[in-house]
Write a protein that binds this ligand. Sequence first.
Ligand SMILES: [Fe+2]
Ligand SMILES: [Fe+2]
Length: 252
Amino acid sequence: MAQVVDLRTDARPGALVIDAGALAGAVMGTWRGRMINEYTSSTVFAGLAEQLAALGHAEDAAACREFSGEEREHGIACGSVLAAAGGEAMFTMAEPKRMPVHADTTPRAAVIRNIISICCLSETVAVSLIGAERMEMPEGTLRELLTKIWSDEIGHARFGWTYLARELPQLTDDERAAVERYLPVAFAALEAHELGHIPAATSWPAEAAAYGLCDGADARTLFFETVTEVIVPQLAALGLRAEHAWNERRSA
Ligand SMILES: [Fe+2]
Ligand SMILES: [Fe+2]
C-alpha cells in the first residue's frame, strides 16, 4: 500500500539558508531524492532488526533498530535541506520495502545475504559517495549535516563487515555456497540502484558543490572504484568469490 510520508513538521530549515538561484530546481531534486532514499532505509533496517531478532541475535537486532532511527533522522535532515531550498518535505512511499526471505537457504544464511546487500554493499558505497561530497563542500551548516549522516553511515557499514567476519565462519559449506550464489544478484541490484541515482551527464558550475550537487561522471567513477577496490577485496579477504561475482553480475 502506498503511504504518504509527511515530514514537514520535523523537517524545518532552522539555521539553514539556501538560495541556490538558477540551481534551485536541481538542489531540490537532489535533496528530495536523498530524503526518500534515507527515509526508506529506515524501513530496511527495521526489517533487518526483525530477522536478526528471530535468529536470537538480540544485540545486533538492537543495533539495527537504532540504525533505523538514524536513517529516519537522515530523511528528516535531507527534508530540511529541501525545505530550505523551497521544497516540501513530503512524498509518497510506494510500498514499504520488505526484507527478502531467501527461502532457498537457511535463515542464518539468508540474514547474511541481507547484511551483505544492505551494509557491506549499499552502506559502504554511501560512505564513499557522501564522504567525497563532504570533502568538496565548504565549512558550514550543510557540511555539518552531511558529517552527521556520513558518520552514521560509517557505523552502518562497519556493523555489516563485523557481523560478516564473525558469522561467515559458522556457516556450513551449503550455506556458504548459498551466500556466494547470491553475490552476483546483490551486485546487480547495487549497480542498478546506484546508477539510477547518479545521472551520467550532470556537471555543475563550481558553486554547486556548496549545495551538495555532485558531478555525475565523477560519482559514477567513485562508485565503481569503491566496489572494485574496497568491497570486492574485502569480501575476498573473508573467503568469498567476490571478483567472479562482480564480473558475473550482468548474467545474474
Ligand atoms: Fe543514511
Ligand atoms: Fe545508512
